[in-house]
Write a protein that binds this ligand. Structure first.
Ligand SMILES: *[C@@H]1O[C@H](CO)[C@@H](O)[C@H](O)[C@H]1NC(C)=O
Ligand SMILES: *[C@@H]1O[C@H](CO)[C@@H](O)[C@H](O)[C@H]1NC(C)=O
Length: 390
């Protein structure tokens, strides 16, 4: 099974968290922030960008795509693990048409949050607007596949919602406004209210399999450690606690909505524990550095500050938990999705990724005992593994 066991603690990776509930998935549809943006911000006027070197240096063809990573992001691994495609196309990217997007698409925008005020800080795509784009996509999919087929795909698709970190770190704790309006508990409830409303809106549009993500141990991001440098550069425990409490709130929301919305399969995808274990015991996972990031000095560089001419940038990102001061490396993302089975699984080791995905899929199938394809629920055409052109 795709569990990671260290010190007697069983860690369940994101893929297994999903597999327990979701059998087969014809498309992956993503909403969120830079943890999952695959290039939408390239198309908008904002400073939050990463479509230049050294971003993407371990991606297919060493190409920067707008992913905040040296390679792929975790939703790319999830799409691959479900046997769909290796990379999620960004909705706003004119290079993609419906042939690419019928098996999954990404509406995420780096720098955004649940709160409209968060997306305003750096002029990125707010969550409500991502939903508007999704509505447009639905129409386009109906035109492309025909209504009946499109409705099946939209119902059986896996929807991934991944954001929230920026609401706290880019907004609440960084700029005046929300912190004078809301206590931290009130703000957490405010965000959870928006998350709940978003899930209900998706459900209302026909979505059934939805993964709502929790927050990572955000006090351990290299940028936050740097703020804490005067006190030794440890993790900022206050931020980690905020993340843990937010996750408890989201978990409660997930159980409530599972009770309330008939037929929904809502999963809470929790990256907190597995990421904490990686950060606390990097050597057990083959990393040598969990404190500084690979790019630049490792203390603060991200976005435009992560510059290809910086002589301090590390050579082998696979040895680092973090790629820039705010985002994991591709290898960390692979581990998050597939756990221990993906040790060493990266772009440079595609067989290993495929093997780990296959194993995880097997675990999920056994658990659910179902195969939607065999039941004939999924249109045959949607099951081809796309040769993504990236
Ligand atoms: C999308 O682009 C591909 C490659 O250029 C092409 O083969 C395909 O027909 C296009 N699909 C649509 C729906 O335009
Ligand atoms: C965010 O902005 C949109 C568009 O103006 C609005 O419809 C929505 O109610 C706002 N959300 C919140 C929580 O204020």
């Amino acid at each position: 099974m795709a569990h990671t066991t260290i010190f007697g603690v069983v860690l369940v990776n994101l893929l297994l968290q999903l597999q327990l509930v979701l059998a087969n998935v014809p498309a992956v549809i993503v909403f969120g922030d830079s943890s999952v943006d695959t290039g939408n911000n390239n198309q908008i006027a904002t400073v939050v960008k990463s479509n230049f070197e050294p971003y993407g240096r371990d991606y297919y063809g060493g190409k920067p795509t707008g992913r905040f990573s040296n390679g792929r992001v975790f939703t790319d691994f999830i799409s691959e693990a479900f046997g769909i495609k290796l990379a999620m196309p960004a909705y706003l990217d004119p290079a993609h048409n419906m042939t690419d997007m019928a098996t999954g698409v990404c509406f995420a925008s780096a720098g955004t949050g649940y709160d409209n005020a968060t997306s305003n800080v750096l002029s990125v795509v707010p969550l409500w607007k991502q939903l508007e784009y999704y509505k447009k996509y639905r129409e386009e999919l109906m035109d492309y596949l025909g209504q009946e087929k499109a409705e099946t795909v939209l119902r059986e698709a896996l929807y991934i919602i991944g954001l929230g970190t920026n609401d706290f770190l880019e907004n609440y704790y960084a700029v005046p406004g929300r912190s004078s309006e809301f206590s931290i508990e009130e703000y957490r409830n405010f965000l959870a209210g928006i998350a709940g409303g978003f899930v209900e809106a998706l459900y209302g549009l026909g979505a059934r399999k939805i993964s709502l993500g929790g927050l990572p141990p955000m006090g351990c991001l290299p940028l936050e450690r740097t703020r804490n440098l005067f006190f030794g550069g440890g993790c900022i425990e206050e931020y980690n606690n905020v993340a843990k409490e937010f996750n408890v709130k989201i978990q409660g929301l997930v159980s409530k909505l599972n009770d309330q919305l008939s037929g929904i399969q809502l999963v809470f995808s929790d990256p907190y524990d597995i990421l904490s274990q990686i950060i606390q015991n990097p050597d057990l996972f083959g990393f040598t550095n969990a404190k500084e990031s690979c790019c630049g000095t490792g203390y603060f560089e991200m976005g435009y500050l992560c510059d290809k001419n910086n002589p301090f940038t590390c050579r082998d990102a696979n040895k680092y938990v973090f790629w820039d001061s705010f985002h994991p490396t591709e290898r960390t993302s692979g581990l998050l999705v597939m756990g221990d089975d993906a040790r060493g699984a990266t772009r440079s080791n595609p067989e290993k990724v495929a093997e780990a995905s296959a194993k995880a899929m097997e675990g999920g199938k056994k658990k659910t005992g179902s195969d939607a394809k065999a039941r004939g629920q999924i249109p045959e055409g949607e099951w081809r593994i796309e040769k993504a052109e990236y």
